[in-house]
Ligand binder design. Structure first.
Ligand SMILES: Cc1cc2nc3c(=O)[nH]c(=O)nc-3n(C[C@H](O)[C@H](O)[C@H](O)COP(=O)(O)OP(=O)(O)OC[C@H]3O[C@@H](n4cnc5c(N)ncnc54)[C@H](O)[C@@H]3O)c2cc1C
Length: 426
């Protein structure tokens, strides 16, 4: 890297928050540098590749002080590399309260991306059984919108979780690669260590790449290192209020065994229900076999663990109270509140009744895990309504900026925030 080059913008992290802003800035003709800690190895759907994305503690997942595993994808595309591709509509009115109007960016995203419900041929038996059972109980269980190029998708596949090798699942990697194709510099395996601030203004970053430390300068610096990565960099820059009172969207998975389940893998989270007053969301979850086995063994459910083909599962996601602290070194102190546990228990009992109605036996719930950390640099607290921090030209574009307790799949929202940010960066 030529350290004397001055960019219009440096974007740190290539998840949906970072890749969307980078792609839009390039379209405006800006000179953009994207720095990504993870690698850019093609998705091949293999277990080895999946472990490379999620297997390393600290880098790929974090264990909170409460013993909760918070998963994240460290690769070009961020956590969307392993996400379930649900495109949940952004809560427009929540953002309006903070002076953030994302309505036009929602329409732009719908034009850009393959957002829609799966066509009938792609809805698998697992999803159908759960949906029918939920509807029989009077639950308003509906198909969810997905980020999937349906002509490339197929049944009998579990590879949404390992990085889709068929190019069917949209990930933020698509946006990052598009930005690079149109002129941005994309440097993978480049970990940003520090933001350079002079005269109360961001000047650039220091990052490690191939064993040495480099410096890059830009007019604007956008931190998009994810809900747990961004607060570490902000705190190092002196923004000590970052990383406090955040959410992780905890979830438990309920699994049971059917006598027979036709078919193999299918798209996870095909349909579900959002109970906003209760603060819970449920969806079907045909899970990647290895992860299913590990989660069953962790709870000593041996019969379940080795009968993946008969397993039916439901994900129960709760909206957790804002609490906890991300430390200067990236440690995550977070203890779920009694209310958080209550919400998950309510959701689990509902999931259990759906599984029972479907005829499932041996029903159990997994340990609590999480996958959407955010709210660590909230709008109205750490960043303003233009996503700028208290330092000039230093912005945040990722799950960190979400201003309130959440409990929803955030990717669609993060894309719109990235697009909106790019509009006012000159
Ligand atoms: C298993 C799973 C399933 C999910 N399913 C869904 C779903 O169906 N729908 C949905 O909307 N959401 C889903 N999510 C959540 C969604 O993927 C994340 O909320 C979203 O990707 C967060 O985007 P982000 O831009 O905030 O951060 P991330 O996607 O986490 O991206 C941050 C990027 O920054 C990089 N980075 C971190 N630190 C540094 C550094 N110091 N220097 C350089 N780079 C750095 C990381 O490597 C990463 O690539 C799921 C998550 C998981 C784990």
């Amino acid at each position: 890297m030529n350290t004397t080059t001055k960019f219009d913008a440096i974007v740190v992290g290539t998840g949906p928050g970072g890749a969307s802003v980078a792609r839009e800035l390039v379209k405006k003709g800006q000179k953009v540098l994207m720095l990504e800690w993870g690698n850019d190895v093609p998705f091949d759907g293999s277990k080895t590749r999946a472990m490379g994305i999620i297997g390393m503690p600290g880098k790929n997942y974090t264990i909170t002080s409460d013993g909760m595993i918070v998963g994240k994808g460290t690769t070009v595309g961020g956590s969307t590399s392993i996400f379930c591709a649900s495109a949940f509509p952004p809560p427009v009115s929540m953002f309006e309260k903070y002076g953030v109007d994302i309505r036009s960016e929602i329409e732009e995203t719908k034009r850009d991306l393959p957002i829609g419900k799966l066509k009938a041929e792609l809805v698998g038996p697992h999803s159908k059984i759960i949906a029918e059972s939920a509807k029989n109980l009077g639950i308003k269980w509906e198909q969810l919108d997905k980020f999937i190029y349906q002509d490339k998708c197929r049944l009998g596949c579990f590879m949404c979780f390992t990085g889709c090798p068929h190019g069917a699942k949209w990930t933020a990697r698509n946006y990052a690669h598009e930005a690079a194709k149109n002129g941005a510099t994309l440097l993978s395996q480049a970990k940003v260590l520090e933001i350079i601030i002079e005269n109360n203004t961001a000047q650039g970053v220091k990052y490690s790449h191939q064993g040495s430390v480099h410096t890059a300068h830009a007019k604007n610096v956008i931190i998009a290192a994810g809900g747990l990565g961004t607060p570490v960099l902000l705190r190092r820059a002196g923004i000590k209020e970052a990383g406090k009172n955040f959410f992780v969207d905890p979830m438990v998975l309920a699994f049971g065994l059917l006598d027979q389940l036709p078919g193999g893998g299918e798209v996870p989270m095909t349909s579900g229900v959002h109970l906003s007053e209760e603060g819970i969301m449920l969806s079907d979850l045909p899970l990647y076999p290895l992860v299913y086995t590990l989660l069953s063994l962790q709870k000593l459910h041996f019969k379940n663990a080795f009968n993946h083909k008969q397993a039916v599962g439901i994900m129960v996601k709760g909206k957790d109270d804002l609490s906890g602290e991300v430390t200067d070194t990236g440690g995550v102190k977070k203890v779920l509140t009694p209310n958080d546990h209550k919400r998950l228990n309510t959701g689990y009992h509902l999931a259990k009744s759906i599984l029972e109605k479907a005829g499932a036996k041996n029903i159990f719930k997994t340990m609590i895990i999480a996958g959407h950390p955010g709210g660590t640099a909230k709008i109205g607290d750490v960043v303003d309504s233009n996503l700028m921090t208290r330092y000039n030209n230093l912005y945040v574009s990722d799950c960190s900026v979400i201003p309130e307790a959440w409990g929803l799949p955030p990717t669609f929202t993060l894309i719109t925030l990235g697009k909106r940010l790019a509009k006012h960066l000159n």
